[in-house]
Ligand binder design. Structure first.
Ligand SMILES: Nc1ncnc2c1ncn2[C@@H]1O[C@H](COP(=O)(O)OP(=O)(O)OP(=O)(O)O)[C@@H](O)[C@H]1O
Length: 624
């Protein structure tokens, strides 16, 4: 992507801070103006004080110079702060939008992605875009104005000398163009290398127990080293090109200055220029070349940003697996972020113009939400969804993962009413966990329908649906933070006494009370400071606090020994009481009495190839 399309694409995100950017630019230009004035005053002092030997004439220009220097310093400081603020706010918005997008894309895309690499896109790649779109642009605009200001001043002093200096200026552009082209390829390698390193560090550190238990430390070290070498090479290539630019430009600059000084000395000898005039002219030239150099950095920054935008686009191109009814009607900022916000940022291809999402968004705001669940229920009080009865109908559902080569589920049907416990059984890989993903609408069925209280899930807002169904996962996933925070994750508005009541019902209160800081104890990264059973009881407390009519339990006793599993069943039964529960388990010892057992058969290893005809002759007959 080249410079201007990139600026046009991202500029809407700077729009609200336009004033900051403009003021930053104006102040930067004022600071450059102060430098022009300072050089002029230097010339005046040289001619009228130093050459003429009039000390009295010194004070006027000296005081003016000082005042201008102070004003220039204030302007320069303010410009830096304002532009930096605009840049950081741009980055904040961009990151928020990227994260909002990533929270909607299909889970299997995230499962297949390298976490470290994804994280690198959220940090370095976004910063490269900012460094070009906001700070880089202001830097270049200011540099361009400075070039004009210093060049004008130089022309005013001696137009003929200035012309001689300008003849060589296009050389700067040639140098930066030659280097800029190669820079983009190198920058792309550097980005990828950086992502690769982050991936290895993330994977290794999050699996350290396995790494150490299997004596793989050296192998992991080697893996990081290899990635580090890839990055080092790319980085060095980038540095070589970046560093080459400065010295080459320096040589061009020296040629210009020497040419001008040579001509100037000749003019001075002929009495056509004063010493002060010549020195200020040399001063203007000295100030002229750095902004020209800075302008030359523009294509390099653009190349780096283009490489980053390519990597961000890989993410942005991924469309959400399901369409949220709430977005159709929701005019709130949330809707704007996931819908119009992306359209603005990514233009049509990100928003999927022409696709169903664009079509539904065009519906008039305020249209009536289909189904009994209000579509715009983000502001519903805690416990939203509790009013639903909780009947689940799975009707002839088949499903194939977007990346899957064969169906993960075929023609599944069952019904679960409030108070029912439906046990999903079947061999590994039959598609049991897939059912949970469909019930929470992480994906829509490829064929068939799932109804909640008679309403197709596709006609409900995702928010209402997920406020009605609670998922208790195989591994209870805790977040770094306190025990209190982790239980409150189920319902952030819950009071301390509600949290404690949930913990008691989950048989977790006693062990929590015995922790060093009770409910304020930090559970460590992903709750690793707790045992498996303790983590699962916290997850049950969290689920109890949500208090939703439908429960989906996916192997809730996985990883627990038989005693722990039996102990967990007591709070689990409390959790299931009076709700619609869909339980997936392999544990034949689990003491439950299901209302219904739904057996999902194993899939045939390979799908039977469809019968193919040429004209009216079957291909397989021809082969025989
Ligand atoms: N994200 C995915 N993309 C493609 N295929 C997938 C994905 N997730 C699961 N599958 C495939 O779908 C099938 C069903 O997987 P699922 O996890 O639902 O099985 P399961 O019955 O829960 O197995 P287990 O009892 O071992 O947990 C499997 O063949 C699996 O390989």
């Amino acid at each position: 992507m080249s410079a201007w399309p990139m600026i046009k694409r991202f500029w809407p995100l700077v729009a609200t801070d336009r004033k900051l950017v403009v003021w930053g630019g104006v102040l930067a230009v004022a600071a450059a103006g102060a430098e022009v004035a300072a050089v002029y005053l230097f010339g005046v002092i040289t001619d009228e004080v130093l050459a003429a030997g009039h000390l009295n004439a010194f004070w006027g220009p000296a005081v003016t110079w000082l005042a201008i220097a102070v004003a220039g310093a204030v302007a320069s400081f303010s410009a830096g702060v304002l532009v930096s603020l605009a840049g950081e706010r741009f980055l904040l918005r961009l990151r928020d939008r990227l994260f909002a997008h990533v929270q909607r894309i299909p889970l299997d895309f995230l499962d297949q992605s390298r976490l470290g690499d994804l994280m690198a896109r959220f940090t370095d790649d976004l910063e490269s875009v900012e460094n070009f779109v906001v700070s880089g642009l202001v830097r270049s605009a200011t540099a361009a104005i400075s070039v004009v200001a210093f060049a004008t001043a130089a022309f005013l002093v001696r137009w003929d000398l200035a012309l001689a200096a300008c003849v060589l200026a296009p050389l700067f552009w040639l140098v930066s163009r030659a280097i800029g082209g190669r820079f983009q390829a190198v920058a792309a390698e550097e980005r990828a290398g950086n992502g690769g390193m982050a991936t290895v560090v993330e994977e290794s550190l999050s699996n350290q127990a396995v790494v150490r238990a299997y004596n793989r430390q050296e192998a992991e070290q080697e893996r990081l080293h290899r990635q580090g070498v890839v990055w080092l090479r790319a980085r060095m290539a980038e540095t070589r090109l970046g560093s080459l630019y400065g010295p080459v430009v320096g040589v061009v600059e020296t040629v210009c200055v020497l040419t001008v000084l040579g001509l100037g000395a000749w003019e001075l000898a002929a009495g056509r220029v004063t010493l002060g005039g010549l020195l200020s002219f040399a001063g203007y030239l000295g100030y002229l070349y750095p902004p020209i150099q800075s302008l030359g950095q523009f294509p390099l920054n653009a190349a780096e940003a283009a490489a980053a935008v390519d990597r961000l686009d890989d993410l942005l191109r991924v469309r959400p697996a399901v369409e949220d009814q709430a977005e159709v009607h929701d005019p709130s900022p949330h809707g704007a972020v996931t819908g119009a916000g992306w359209a603005a940022l990514g233009r049509s291809r990100l928003a999927g113009a022409g696709g169903p999402s664009a079509a539904v968004r065009r519906r008039p705001a305020g249209a009536v939400a289909p189904g009994p669940w209000p579509a715009l229920d983000r502001n519903r009080p805690a416990g939203e969804g509790r009013g639903a009865a909780g009947r689940v109908d799975v009707i002839d559902v088949s499903f194939r993962y977007p990346q899957g080569d064969r169906p993960a589920l075929r023609h599944l049907s069952f019904t679960a009413d409030r108070g029912d416990l439906v046990l999903l059984a079947g061999p590994s890989g039959a598609g049991k966990s897939t059912v949970t993903k469909l019930l929470l609408r992480f994906y829509d069925p490829t064929a068939g329908r799932i109804l909640l209280d008679g309403v197709d899930l596709r006609r409900m807002s995702l928010r209402s649906l997920r406020a009605t169904v609670t998922l208790l996962h195989q591994e209870s996933q805790l977040f770094a933070g306190t025990v209190h925070d982790n239980i409150a994750y189920g319902r952030p508005s819950a009071t301390t006494s509600e949290i404690e009541a949930a913990a008691r019902a989950a048989d977790a209160h006693d062990f929590i009370a015995a922790l060093p800081d009770g409910y304020r104890t930090d559970v460590g990264h992903r709750g690793r400071l707790l045992s498996g059973g303790q983590r699962q009881r916290l997850a049950i407390a969290r689920a109890l606090l949500r208090d939703t009519p439908v429960l989906v339990l996916d192997e809730p006793t996985t990883g627990l020994d038989r005693d722990s599993a039996a102990r967990i069943m007591v709070p689990l039964r409390r959790l299931m009481a009076g709700r619609t529960t869909i339980l997936i388990t392999h544990d034949t010892h689990l003491d439950v009495s299901p209302t219904r057992i739904v057996h999902i058969p194993a899939h045939p290893a390979v799908e039977a190839p469809p019968t193919r005809y040429i004209g009216r002759v079957r291909l397989d007959r021809l082969a025989r």
